[in-house]
Design a protein around this ligand. Structure first.
Ligand code: UD1
Ligand code: CA
Length: 469
């Protein structure tokens, strides 16, 4: 049976009080819309249509590489959720099969739950709706069921009578029906209600009038609550984090203080990973077995190899691959780089657009100067190379296998294999210079004990940098 997914994302999102379209607000580091498309993507639908309004370009570019198969249908005016589904009709002309409609502001729904809704049509139901019980149903449409368990109608909160508002069975907005049934029901939906909108929820009453059968499948509020405001968004983030922490613990990860560790969308964790308190993991991070992520580290869009140690206070930025057994220490920032197996970047370094060879050692304070103000350039550090502390590597530059750079060097040229590059001023020691310096400085102090300073034509006592300023 063919399946099409229609995701509604054209609403104004007024209650967010934002310039950003509501479904593009971030949850676990990616737009809410990604979460919805990911869930429904788990069912491998034949078609995926995202309904967008005047901000369709922004919605389209957010889909980008994440869901290139998704098509955009334009809803020119936001006349309500029924009208939004109708906006997908043209794109689905000729489509035969089931259509599942999801709201872009209901991001935590699981694939398995959407699947059970779609499968509900295998029985005698013509329309299936996903609902949930809530202690605070205020704002949601209420599912009014009949004594035989069928779904009679959905009444929106704004239109509900006091007795109906006592019903705690809420509409999640996720609906499934055969394409032909869905679009024919939608044709009969009007806008005679408190909001003056075309409500998708009205298809239930229309279906019952036509003698069709509607059913409600019950899911949990944790996965079906909608996001209309920033308060709702914060609550969704909390639900996501709780879910991710529990999943990590179950999968064999030690979280020393789970409530202080934050995960992003698409995190993959191996067994026996240990994460110390206060770690932020952004989207698309994979951490292999036995890796140790120490406190106050921040990782995004990167891979950490087996048994590697990261942090404390490390920042691993997008496009970075850290090999097996590597050690990335405190106050180290790594961006778009490959750090090969067993290499070490133990302290205070910036490594950007760089390949670090296996077993290389990057000394404290090393900086790869990857940006010249216009373009980014790459640095290559070979296997077993040794970069002395406080080296400045001006990219593009290659430090070959087994080469050494002396501490404090500014490296502007490639270093051949096993060579030592020394690029710093030779040290000069002035015999008893310190003694002479202080004698001169003290001699310059006037009777009121204030330094008189050096006049422009008096000679510098010594190298300015060593004059004690
Ligand atoms: C809707 C449901 C309500 C349900 C709740 C669940 C209706 C009439 N009401 O209310 O029963 O309990 O969701 O969270 O459906 N959208 C469009 N075009 C429009 C209007 C909305 O694409 O013209 C999109 C929005 O971007 C959003 C979704 O549809 O993603 C739901 O719209 P929203 O205005 O948030 O509906 P609710 O008031 O939450
Ligand atoms: Ca909503």
């Amino acid at each position: 049976m063919a399946l099409a997914a229609v995701v509604l994302a054209a609403g104004g999102g007024t209650r967010m009080n934002s310039r950003i379209p509501k479904t593009l607000h971030q949850l676990a580091g990616v737009p809410m819309l990604h979460h919805v498309l990911d869930s429904v993507g788990g069912l491998c639908p034949d078609r995926m249509i995202v309904v967008a309004g005047e901000r369709w370009r922004e919605i389209g570019s957010a889909l980008g590489e994440f869901a290139p198969e998704a098509e955009i249908a334009l809803q020119p005016k936001q006349l309500g959720t029924a009208d939004a589904v109708m906006a997908a009709r043209k794109a689905l002309s000729g489509f035969e099969g089931r259509v599942v409609v999801l709201y872009g502001d209901t991001p935590l729904v699981r694939s398995s739950t959407v699947n059970s809704l779609v499968c509900a049509l295998d029985g005698d139901a013509d329309v299936a709706i996903l609902g949930f019980r809530s202690e605070d149903p205020s704002g949601y449409g209420r599912l009014i069921t009949s004594s035989d368990g069928g779904l009679e109608r959905i009444v929106e909160h704004k239109d509900a009578k006091d007795t109906e508002r006592l019903v705690d069975f809420c509409n999640s907005g996720i609906v499934c029906a055969e394409a032909a049934t869905l679009f024919s029901l939608l044709e009969n939906v009007g806008s005679d209600n408190a909001a003056g909108e075309f409500y998708l929820t009205d298809i239930v009453a229309v279906a019952n009038d036509e003698g069709l059968r509607c059913c409600a499948i019950e899911g949990s509020e944790e996965e079906l609550h909608g996001v209309n405001s920033r308060v709702d968004l914060a609550r969704a983030e909390q639900s996501f984090q709780e879910r991710a922490r529990t999943a990590a613990l179950k999968e064999g990860v030690t979280l020393m203080a789970p409530d202080t560790i934050f995960f992003g969308f698409g995190t993959i964790l191996g067994v026996d990973v240990v994460i110390e308190p206060h770690v932020v993991i952004g989207p698309q991070v994979s951490i292999a077995d036995g890796a140790f992520i120490r406190s106050f580290s921040h990782l995004e869009n990167c891979c950490v190899g087996r048994g590697a140690t990261v942090g404390p206070f490390a920042r691993i930025r997008p496009g970075t691959k850290i090999g097996k057994g590597t050690r990335i220490g405190n106050f180290v920032e790594i961006k778009a780089s490959v750090v090969s197996d067993d290499a070490k970047v133990p302290h205070l370094s910036y490594v950007g657009d760089t390949e670090v060879g296996a077993g290389a050692n990057i000394g404290a304070g090393t900086i790869t100067c990857n940006y010249d103000g216009v373009s980014k350039h790459r640095t290559r550090i070979g296997d077993d190379a040794f970069i002395g502390s406080n080296s400045t590597l001006i990219a593009p530059v290659i430090i070959s296998d087994g080469a050494v750079t002396a501490a404090g060097s500014v490296i502007t040229h490639d270093v051949p294999p096993k060579a030592i590059a020394i690029a710093r001023k030779r040290q000069m020691n002035l015999k008893e210079g310190a003694d002479r310096l202080f004698r001169r400085l003290r001699g310059n102090v006037g009777s009121d004990n204030k330094p008189t300073g050096r006049t422009s034509n008096s000679p510098a006592p010594l190298d300015e940098t060593k004059s004690g300023n």
